[in-house]
Design a binder for this molecule. Structure first.
Ligand code: MSP
Length: 478
């Protein structure tokens, strides 16, 4: 049960740097950041570790650098900096940012692979197959489209015949199935778990884990003429970030947040690698869905790739965060449209939460000279409901709980017409102000997690134990 956690280590996938961050990568990272903020509030900041980073040893990066006419090293540095700056700008408070070109990662990859090799789980063989550089993976004929192209990248995969080292993944099939049976909530949501069970039951094949003649990558410790296949080493980043450091204790509390496109890597290959290397398995993996933009898949050729920096610049980081995270269930698929986003900013943020705070604080100043009335005891524990959702990765439901309180408070304000009542019967109006302020308090508590920038204004408005502050505009209308 997540509620029993005493510490939390949360990870995002590490991102390929051959492209700049788009709204899909921002979505995954903001979701994980929001979970990290929730757990910091619950357990204390030192009990949470949040890792993100960049996946750099990819042939795609070499090709992208060449296209730009740059040397690979400087290209990687510039692109990794760009990813990091984007996350900083949109308000992602990671504790660590790992790059797979760092020494700490190379070292850990060597240690983990050597352990797998020493156990006898890695052997040399010949690989004949079709490789898609875009996916960085081998594709089966059955996975290609009618033109023999990779369906995601619309390109013919490269025919490859070379000596590779293989990992005996097939030997782990029964152990994995047993592990899934013993840990029914290890992969969430359930639909993803079922998909993976079917995939495993259909039979696991051994996996090529090294490449010859690769321009970039980490050499195998026992045979440096081979480089570790990019996905095999990328997964190890989660260990590299804490291995052999004072953060090592976090490993036993790690949850991976990933997109649904990369669950086979995280939920089948990764646990098998960890079993082989005798490393404790993660606590769980949560796979989120994908979103389309105005009903279409995001793609450069369609010109509909949404830039998170542009949205954050126009509407603010909090609007970007809650606008994305509340547009559909975390774990499901959904759609993003600018019209809905603008409407969300106006209705939920400016007219909803922003207006509520300003109105109540202005009224308390006007009628009670800013003095806080007796505390009101709320019947329903909204924060408990919010926590319950966050503990179960239900980010949208948690955000909806905050807006439920906003709606409730706005409804009470309008129903009681406290601004009229206060003029004729201040005694009767006082408990209503107390009730409204209690709603604001609980909204602000949730806002620490989901509206981390606006919470500063909320805190100023809520003042100290005795007096409220001045009214402020939290969100401008679009
Ligand atoms: N480098 C690998 C991950 C290695 S983790 C050990 C990779 N990188 S990626 O940059 O291509 O994608 C990273 C994540 O971004 C994926 O989990 C993917 O789900 C997410 N998204 C990319 N496009 C997305 C959407 N349109 N919608 C939601 N998430 C999306 O895969």
């Amino acid at each position: 049960m997540a509620s029993m956690n005493k510490q939390m280590y949360l990870t995002t996938p590490i991102y390929y740097v051959n492209a700049v961050p788009h709204i899909g990568s921002a979505y995954c990272t903001l979701a994980t950041d929001t979970l990290a903020r929730f757990w910091r509030a619950k357990l204390g900041p030192e009990k949470v570790h949040f890792l993100t980073g960049t996946d750099e040893n990819s042939q795609k990066t070499v090709e992208a650098a060449q296209k730009e006419g740059q040397a690979v090293g400087p290209y990687l540095d510039a692109m990794a900096a760009r990813w990091r700056e984007t996350f900083d700008t949109i308000g992602v408070a990671y504790d660590d940012f790992i790059r797979t070109t760092e020494k700490r990662h190379h070292h850990t990859v060597g240690v983990v692979l050597q352990k797998m090799y020493d156990r006898g789980d890695i052997y040399k063989g010949k690989y004949v197959g079709k490789y898609c550089v875009g996916c960085e993976t081998f594709l089966k004929d059955s996975e290609l489209d009618e033109n023999g192209h990779c369906p995601a990248h619309k390109k013919a995969p490269k025919e490859i015949e070379e000596e590779n080292y293989f990992f005996k993944l097939s030997a782990y099939q029964d152990k994995l199935l047993k592990f899934y049976e013993d840990n029914p909530a290890w992969v969430q949501p359930e639909s993803r778990r079922n998909e993976l069970l079917n995939f495993m039951k259909s039979g696991l094949e051994d996996l090529s884990i090294s490449r010859e003649n690769c321009e970039i990558g980490i050499p195998l410790p026992w045979d440096p003429s081979h480089k570790v296949y990019v996905w095999t080493e990328a997964l190890i980043n989660y260990v590299s970030a804490v291995y052999d450091t004072e953060k090592a204790h976090f490993w036993e509390s790690v949850y991976h947040i990933v997109g649904k496109d990369i669950t086979r890597f995280h939920c089948v290959i990764w646990p098998a690698m960890l079993m082989s290397a005798d490393i404790t398995l993660p606590k769980g993996v949560f796979a989120h869905g994908f979103f389309t933009v105005n009903g279409h898949k995001m793609s450069k050729s369609l010109g509909n790739v949404v830039d998170p920096l542009e949205l954050a610049g126009k509407f603010g980081n909090d609007a970007l965060r809650v606008g994305l995270l509340s547009s559909f269930e975390f774990g499901g698929d959904g759609d993003f449209s600018r019209d809905n986003f603008d409407q969300f900013c106006n209705a939920k943020l400016a007219s909803g939460v922003g207006n509520l705070f300003n109105r109540v604080i202005v009224l308390v100043n006007k009628f009670l000279e800013g003095q806080k009335p007796e505390v009101f005891k709320m019947k329903k524990d909204y924060y408990a409901q919010f926590s319950h959702h966050m503990e179960h990765f239900q980010i949208k439901a948690a955000i909806d709980t905050m807006f439920e309180v906003v709606d409730k408070a706005n409804e009470r304000l309008n129903q009681t017409e406290v601004w009229k009542l206060a003029k004729t019967d201040l005694k009767a109006a006082e408990p209503i102000f107390a009730e409204l302020l209690s709603y604001l308090e609980v909204i602000a508590k949730m806002a620490h997690v989901v509206l981390p920038e606006s919470v500063e204004g909320m805190t100023r408005m809520l003042g100290d134990n005795t007096k409220v502050g001045e009214g402020e505009i939290l969100f401008e209308r679009v």
